[in-house]
Design a binder for this molecule. Structure first.
Ligand SMILES: [Cu+2]
Length: 75
């Protein structure tokens, strides 16, 4: 199984609900195994299958939830 970990810097989050909203939106996205957002750190870590989804898609999902994301790291 393909598994890439993407770390995004996310701005616009105010509280824990913001983080849960982002995690739920990402985990409903095809190819995403797991998402974990830290509101305090302003960061979302996403485990996903790069054969199914990609960075622009993940950023768009976060944008649709109402937040701005940019890729910080891929491993
Ligand atoms: Cu909030």
């Amino acid at each position: 199984m393909n598994d890439t970990t993407y770390t995004f810097h996310v701005t616009g989050m105010h509280c824990g609900s913001c983080g849960m909203l982002i995690d739920e939106a990402l985990e409903q996205t095809a190819g995403v195994y797991r998402a974990e957002t830290s509101v305090r750190a302003g960061r979302t870590v996403v485990d996903a299958d790069p054969a199914v989804t990609d960075v622009p898609t993940l950023i768009a999902v976060i944008a649709d939830a109402g937040y701005q994301a940019r890729l910080a790291a891929t491993e």
